[in-house]
Design a protein around this ligand. Structure first.
Ligand code: FAD
Ligand code: SF4
Length: 334
């Protein structure tokens, strides 16, 4: 397969959301929404995805920027860069977990061009799929990663259904922990979807990672006031400290009461990435630690409960103790 030059496409550069939705609706499966291009151009250059029409969203001013909402939360335009999210004083003051997650994405160059909307909408990073093989996710009838000798070190511990790829986004678990809402505009109007429901597994639709349908644009992400200024924790472990996807990441938001040394956990939301096809909300951990003393024993119980039911593949057993340790630290150190 020739991989030296992009296949040609028609480029459209609307300056309104309505214009983009009209174009994407008209083109359907032949169209492609382009944001910062970090994910898109990989596909195009490898000639694996060959859309006929590309709709560049980068000229739509309404999709950019970070604003306070009337309820004391924050709305982030989908075309806001990861660098802007990482450096925003508003995000740092209210939702440090998101600033930390954005800071751990890829490299400064990718964060300067990559958008928050693109980061949560990016496709699976399975080696085989990216190489262009005809696996289940690509419409074929086999999974190359889920075989005795398949390269599945990066793949999932839960939620497989033919495909064992994971959610690759670092910011996605932070949005789940913050109970964010994704604002989507399409031919049928606007809808708001909780972050937890925005991501979908192969059991729902093996060809997509999110609920976004042809013709729909993610316009903004709303982070509610509820967790503003809470205690937070984000940690990502990757093979390299830059330019690398998570082997496991964990994001937590926690409310505590009581004096230092005898604190109690009043409420918590915690999610892990790169362990399932969607960011995995760790509801068992939330149940185990809510109302408990915030100490080493509770943290240890949290870690143990996080990995219950994990089903490793041949080469990713290491993710189980890794997740256990990250969750233990999140509950102990948030
Ligand atoms: C070398 C490398 C290392 C990386 N490392 C990491 C990492 O460590 N952690 C991490 O989380 N990510 C990582 N990434 C992924 C990268 O962060 C994302 O690919 C990037 O953030 C995508 O943003 P973009 O604006 O460039 O998206 P694009 O490439 O423009 O779009 C990505 C996808 O989302 C869709 N899309 C984008 N915006 C919208 C929208 N508003 N509405 C509807 N659909 C939309 C596009 O159609 C496309 O399918 C890495 C990427 C590379 C190339
Ligand atoms: S894990 Fe999913 S994306 Fe990777 S080869 Fe299997 S079906 Fe394809």
């Amino acid at each position: 397969m020739s991989r030296d030059m992009m296949a040609s496409f028609e480029l459209y550069q609307p300056d309104t959301v309505e214009g983009a939705v009209e174009l994407l609706g008209r083109f359907g499966a032949d169209g492609w929404a382009l944001a910062g291009g970090n994910d898109s151009f990989d596909w195009f250059k490898d000639r694996i995805k060959r859309p006929k029409y590309v709709v560049d969203l980068s000229g739509i001013a309404a999709l950019k920027g970070i604003r306070e909402t009337v309820d004391g939360g924050v709305e982030i335009g989908a075309l806001t860069t990861l660098t802007e999210v990482e450096r925003s004083p508003l995000i740092q003051e209210r939702y440090q977990v998101l600033a930390d997650a954005a800071r751990r994405v890829a490299s400064p160059q990718i964060r300067n061009a990559g958008t928050i909307g693109g980061n949560v909408s990016q496709d699976a990073r399975c080696w085989y799929y990216r190489y262009g093989v005809n696996c289940y996710r690509a419409g074929g009838n086999t999974c190359y990663a889920d075989t005795p000798e398949g390269q599945n070190r990066e793949h999932c511990l839960w939620g497989s259904d033919r495909c064992v790829a994971v959610s690759p986004s670092d910011t996605a678990p932070a949005f789940v922990a913050l109970d964010a809402k994704m604002v989507i505009v399409g031919p049928k109007g606007q809808r708001e979807v909780p972050a937890e429901e925005f991501f979908i597994g192969p059991n729902v639709d093996i060809t997509r990672m999110t609920v976004l349908e042809d013709g729909e644009v993610l316009t903004a992400i709303r982070v509610p006031a509820e967790w503003s200024g809470a205690r937070f924790y984000f940690e990502k472990v990757a093979d390299r400290n830059t330019w690398d996807f998570a082997l496991v990441n964990v994001a937590a938001a926690m409310k505590v009461s009581g004096a230092a040394g005898s604190e109690r956990i009043d409420a918590i939301r915690i999610a892990a990435g790169a362990v399932q096809c969607v960011p995995r909300r760790l509801t068992v951990v939330e149940e185990v630690v809510t109302g408990q003393a915030k100490n080493a024993e509770t943290a240890s119980l949290a870690g143990q409960s996080a990995v219950r039911g994990a089903t490793p593949l041949n080469f990713n057993h290491f993710k189980i103790p890794l997740l256990q340790n990250l969750v233990t630290r999140a509950v102990r150190d948030a």
